[in-house]
Design a protein around this ligand. Structure first.
Ligand code: SF4
Length: 404
């Protein structure tokens, strides 16, 4: 069936774009998503404006089933480790960092402390360690390489470490180009680079909330290099900085464009998309601002964004429902809004929790709890590693052990 497409030149002009009205426009968009066709930026805006949360969730489930037809939800057993809280970025939404290394609360974790955390993770059955930290000018380039080298040669775990902005910090202290830094990290044993620090990939928003952090183009450029080296990457998005829908669309379109390029080049690209809501309290300068009422996002907006992202990001296979900021029950609902993964055990969290997330008293989820939430949502749980290789399911393992 031939459809009349909206004119691209009127991208965000709602009144000018929409010659079809209300029900007709919804039908057009619903048909398009159901048929597996890509939505434009203008159509993404229309989807958000015309559809309710549950309507978008139903459409997003169709996209999820196209990518992942089995009634299975995966989860990762992992541990977060924040190796330093000293940071020169001064992001206005962050209560975790200490600007000065001489601040009484500033720290760099010792090898002994990191080793104890890793051992705990192994006891829980973790397959991955997620290392993230501030941009600490006192740490030399060798600190990062030695840390990865030491961990990779001593522990049987996948190391997903650092964000594009931490890689940028390594270029500053080493004088090397980012591709060289990434090659060094890979040679030391790095398995993947998590998509932290993306927040909203639009420089208007970034200049307002984290002006010292790398711009959107640099974040994407480093990720492209990471993907070219065959390392595992994830994409993230944080909503609730008082951004407009246009900013969120730009974020999603930029990720989608990069993913298209990577797939076209025979690469995997991002293997997972994760979003969560910005948390803020009086410990952050955004939280203390007189505009604080503009910030944050509730559970319904989170779920709508989850579903919407699944529809727009039609080329990222796995989407995660996140429990830390909105809670486990909302994460269960996210599994009916396009997500096929729930994340993750974490074991500790020191960044979002300081800014006051609703789950502030609980920053760890056991594998059994994650499985219970997956089953409560009506799906079969399967444990995976950070490359989405399915790992032996405990029940299957028990059966195999009994049969042996
Ligand atoms: S969010 Fe990250 S980069 Fe920004 S101040 Fe906090 S630790 Fe530094």
């Amino acid at each position: 069936m031939q459809r009349r497409l909206p004119k691209q030149g009127r991208l965000y002009n709602y009144a000018g774009w929409l010659t079809m009205k209300g029900v007709k426009a919804k039908q057009y968009l619903s048909d398009k998503v159901t048929a597996g066709e890509r939505v434009t930026g203008a159509e993404a805006l229309q989807l958000w404006q015309l559809f309710g949360c549950m309507e978008l969730a139903a459409l997003a489930q169709l996209v999820r089933l196209r990518h992942n037809p089995a009634p299975v939800v995966t989860y990762l057993v992992d541990r977060n480790i924040n190796y330093t809280n000293v940071c020169n970025s001064d992001c206005s939404f962050c209560a975790f960092y200490r600007h000065s290394p001489s601040d009484p609360e500033a720290y760099v974790l010792s090898r002994e402390v990191i080793a104890a955390k890793v051992r705990e993770a192994i006891e829980l059955g973790a397959s991955r360690i997620l290392l993230q930290g501030g941009h600490n000018d006192e740490l030399p380039y060798s600190f990062y390489l030695d840390l990865i080298e030491w961990l990779s040669s001593n522990y049987p775990l996948q190391l997903n470490a650092f964000s594009p902005s931490e890689v940028h910090q390594m270029t500053v202290v080493s004088g090397k180009r980012s591709l060289e830094v990434l090659q060094d990290l890979k040679a030391a044993g790095l398995f993947g680079l998590p998509g932290g620090g993306a927040e909203i990939l639009d420089n208007e928003v970034r200049k307002r909330i984290s002006p010292k952090k790398i711009p959107a183009e640099r974040w994407l450029g480093i990720m492209e290099e990471v993907q070219s080296l065959g390392l595992v990457t994830t994409a993230t998005m944080v909503i609730g900085f008082g951004e407009e829908l246009e900013h969120r669309i730009r974020h999603l379109e930029r990720l989608r464009d990069l993913q298209d390029r990577s797939i076209k080049g025979g690469l995997e690209g991002f293997n997972l998309f994760i979003s969560w809501t910005h948390q803020f309290n009086e410990r952050t300068s955004l939280g203390r601002s007189r505009h604080a009422a503009r910030y944050g996002a509730g559970a319904v907006e989170y779920l709508k964004n989850v579903a919407w992202s699944r529809i727009v990001l039609d080329n990222i296979r796995h989407h995660q429902s996140s429990w830390p900021t909105c809670g486990a029950e909302i994460a269960e609902l996210g599994l009916h809004a396009g997500c096929d993964d729930i994340g993750s055990t974490m074991m500790e969290e020191n960044v979002v929790s300081r800014a006051g997330a609703t789950t502030a008293t609980k920053w760890s989820m056991s594998p059994e709890e994650l499985e219970r939430h997956i089953r409560q949502a009506g799906f079969e749980p399967r444990r995976r590693d950070s490359a989405f290789v399915l790992l032996n399911h405990p029940a299957a393992q028990a059966a195999a052990d009994a049969a042996a």
